[in-house]
Design a protein around this ligand. Structure first.
Ligand SMILES: NC(=O)c1ccc[n+]([C@@H]2O[C@H](COP(=O)([O-])OP(=O)(O)OC[C@H]3O[C@@H](n4cnc5c(N)ncnc54)[C@H](OP(=O)(O)O)[C@@H]3O)[C@@H](O)[C@H]2O)c1
Length: 197
């Protein structure tokens, strides 16, 4: 399986290492290709699954740079944060993932990874020796199943979380994670899950 990760920041670096370690072929797409990093369009063209690891405010320009990620499974990990991280900017009637799906109507959008701090991913995707949980939400069962398969192979616990509209809840959960970690002083070695699932 070829996985393209768009963006070359914290989430990209950590996830590329984890997926490569589990045997996937990983390519990186960037606004500034070179040194083994591809253009956004070339990386997307090579991939079965594309992970969107850019800020939410850069989603539209990134989707345009890849001609809409047509025919691809597009995993959206963005949190639509206010500039000061005090809250999210949308959520009751839509979500970042649903807005991204409108911008990329020929992609199959799956929400995932937005509730996990990059530092945990960089440490192997575990907290206290336990795999952290990746919540996946999407409208296409086959697309969700493919993301689930590679993500479970990379060592994560996966909780399938219903249709893409449930990204509204996952993005709120991502915000709670940030509030606990940063605003309430618990630090970033925390991640949400559900006991019993
Ligand atoms: N960090 C976390 O703990 C965490 C946790 C959960 C979810 N997320 C979400 O994951 C996404 C990536 O987060 P990150 O922490 O990896 O961010 P980051 O370190 O700032 O990296 C973002 C990357 O996006 C690319 N990019 C494209 N357009 C951009 C623009 N206009 N401004 C800035 N960067 C742009 C850049 O790569 P190129 O220069 O190569 O194009 C950049 O390296 C965000 O949507 C964030 O909300 C982050």
């Amino acid at each position: 399986m070829t996985i393209a990760i768009i963006g070359s920041g914290h989430m990209s670096k950590a996830l590329s290492a984890l997926y490569a370690a589990s045997g996937e072929h990983v390519v990186i797409g960037s606004r500034n290709p070179g040194n083994g990093v591809q253009s956004i369009a070339d990386a997307a063209a090579a991939a079965d699954i594309v992970l969107l690891a850019v800020p939410y405010h850069a989603a539209a320009e990134t989707i345009a740079a890849a001609n809409g990620f047509k025919g691809k499974i597009l995993v959206d990990m963005t949190n639509p944060l206010k500039p000061d991280f005090s809250g999210i900017t949308i959520g009751f009637s839509t979500s970042a993932a649903e807005e991204i799906a409108k911008l990329a109507p020929e992609a199959q959008v799956v929400k995932g990874f937005n509730t996990i701090f990059a530092s945990i991913l960089a440490n192997g995707g575990k907290v206290a020796g336990q795999p952290v949980t990746v919540f996946l939400a999407g409208d296409d069962a086959e697309a969700v199943a493919q993301v689930e398969a590679v993500t479970a192979r990379a060592g994560f616990k996966v909780i399938k979380s219903g249709p893409l509209a449930n990204a509204r809840h996952l993005e709120a959960l991502g915000m709670l994670n940030i509030a606990l970690g940063y605003h309430l002083g618990h630090g970033t070695d925390i991640a949400p899950t559900f006991v019993g699932l």
